[in-house]
Design a binder for this molecule. Structure first.
Ligand SMILES: [Zn+2]
Length: 110
Protein backbone atom coordinates (compact mmCIF):
# COMPACT_ATOMS: atom_id res chain seq x y z
CA UNK A 1 0.00 0.00 0.00
CA UNK A 2 1.31 3.45 -0.89
CA UNK A 3 0.04 6.31 1.23
CA UNK A 4 -1.37 9.29 -0.62
CA UNK A 5 1.33 11.65 -1.79
CA UNK A 6 3.12 13.48 1.02
CA UNK A 7 1.39 11.60 3.86
CA UNK A 8 3.76 9.99 6.33
CA UNK A 9 1.39 9.06 9.19
CA UNK A 10 -1.58 6.75 8.79
CA UNK A 11 -4.12 5.37 11.26
CA UNK A 12 -6.33 2.33 10.67
CA UNK A 13 -8.60 0.23 12.85
CA UNK A 14 -6.53 -2.52 14.50
CA UNK A 15 -5.71 -5.39 12.13
CA UNK A 16 -7.13 -3.77 9.00
CA UNK A 17 -3.76 -3.87 7.21
CA UNK A 18 -1.83 -7.14 7.75
CA UNK A 19 1.95 -7.32 8.32
CA UNK A 20 2.25 -8.92 4.90
CA UNK A 21 1.14 -5.67 3.28
CA UNK A 22 3.87 -3.03 3.74
CA UNK A 23 2.78 0.58 3.95
CA UNK A 24 5.14 3.02 2.26
CA UNK A 25 5.63 6.64 3.24
CA UNK A 26 4.01 9.06 0.83
CA UNK A 27 6.87 11.52 1.33
CA UNK A 28 10.05 9.48 0.97
CA UNK A 29 8.85 5.99 0.01
CA UNK A 30 10.36 4.31 3.08
CA UNK A 31 8.55 1.37 4.61
CA UNK A 32 6.61 2.76 7.58
CA UNK A 33 7.02 1.45 11.12
CA UNK A 34 3.90 -0.25 12.44
CA UNK A 35 2.67 0.29 15.99
CA UNK A 36 -0.20 -2.15 16.60
CA UNK A 37 -3.24 -2.04 18.85
CA UNK A 38 -2.61 1.39 20.31
CA UNK A 39 -4.91 3.27 22.63
CA UNK A 40 -5.60 6.97 22.36
CA UNK A 41 -6.82 9.21 19.59
CA UNK A 42 -6.33 7.40 16.30
CA UNK A 43 -6.65 10.55 14.25
CA UNK A 44 -7.00 14.30 14.71
CA UNK A 45 -10.75 13.87 14.17
CA UNK A 46 -10.97 11.27 16.94
CA UNK A 47 -9.16 13.62 19.28
CA UNK A 48 -11.90 16.17 18.72
CA UNK A 49 -14.73 13.70 19.30
CA UNK A 50 -13.19 12.02 22.34
CA UNK A 51 -13.79 8.53 20.87
CA UNK A 52 -10.59 6.47 21.16
CA UNK A 53 -10.92 3.01 19.58
CA UNK A 54 -7.84 0.77 19.35
CA UNK A 55 -5.91 1.41 16.19
CA UNK A 56 -2.70 0.71 14.30
CA UNK A 57 -0.32 3.53 13.53
CA UNK A 58 1.90 3.50 10.45
CA UNK A 59 4.62 6.13 10.79
CA UNK A 60 7.61 6.89 8.61
CA UNK A 61 10.86 6.28 10.56
CA UNK A 62 12.28 9.41 8.95
CA UNK A 63 9.39 11.73 9.86
CA UNK A 64 11.37 13.49 12.60
CA UNK A 65 14.19 14.42 10.22
CA UNK A 66 14.49 18.08 9.26
CA UNK A 67 14.65 17.29 5.55
CA UNK A 68 11.47 15.19 5.80
CA UNK A 69 9.53 18.09 7.32
CA UNK A 70 10.97 20.37 4.67
CA UNK A 71 9.58 18.13 1.94
CA UNK A 72 6.15 18.16 3.61
CA UNK A 73 6.14 21.97 3.81
CA UNK A 74 7.33 22.37 0.22
CA UNK A 75 4.59 19.96 -0.89
CA UNK A 76 2.05 22.13 0.91
CA UNK A 77 3.33 25.12 -1.03
CA UNK A 78 3.02 23.13 -4.26
CA UNK A 79 -0.63 22.47 -3.54
CA UNK A 80 -1.35 26.17 -2.93
CA UNK A 81 0.24 27.77 -5.97
CA UNK A 82 -1.61 28.30 -9.22
CA UNK A 83 1.70 28.69 -11.07
CA UNK A 84 2.92 25.70 -13.06
CA UNK A 85 6.40 27.25 -13.15
CA UNK A 86 6.59 27.53 -9.38
CA UNK A 87 5.17 24.02 -8.97
CA UNK A 88 7.85 22.59 -11.26
CA UNK A 89 10.57 24.47 -9.35
CA UNK A 90 9.26 23.22 -6.00
CA UNK A 91 9.00 19.67 -7.31
CA UNK A 92 12.63 19.84 -8.46
CA UNK A 93 13.68 20.91 -4.96
CA UNK A 94 11.70 18.03 -3.43
CA UNK A 95 13.42 15.58 -5.77
CA UNK A 96 16.84 16.99 -4.89
CA UNK A 97 16.16 16.70 -1.15
CA UNK A 98 14.88 13.13 -1.47
CA UNK A 99 17.80 12.05 -3.61
CA UNK A 100 20.29 12.93 -0.86
CA UNK A 101 18.67 10.92 1.95
CA UNK A 102 18.47 7.24 2.68
CA UNK A 103 16.15 5.04 4.67
CA UNK A 104 16.50 4.73 8.43
CA UNK A 105 15.33 1.61 10.29
CA UNK A 106 12.32 1.60 12.63
CA UNK A 107 12.81 2.28 16.33
CA UNK A 108 11.21 0.00 18.94
CA UNK A 109 7.48 0.45 19.46
CA UNK A 110 6.51 2.78 22.29
ZN1 LIG B 1 9.06 9.23 4.91
Amino acid sequence: MQLPVYRYRHYTPTGQIPDSEPVLCGVCGARTCVYRNRLGPGSPQAALTGVFPRHDLFLCPQSSQVWHGQVVRIAAEMSKTASETLRALLLKEVQEILSTHREKPCEPSS
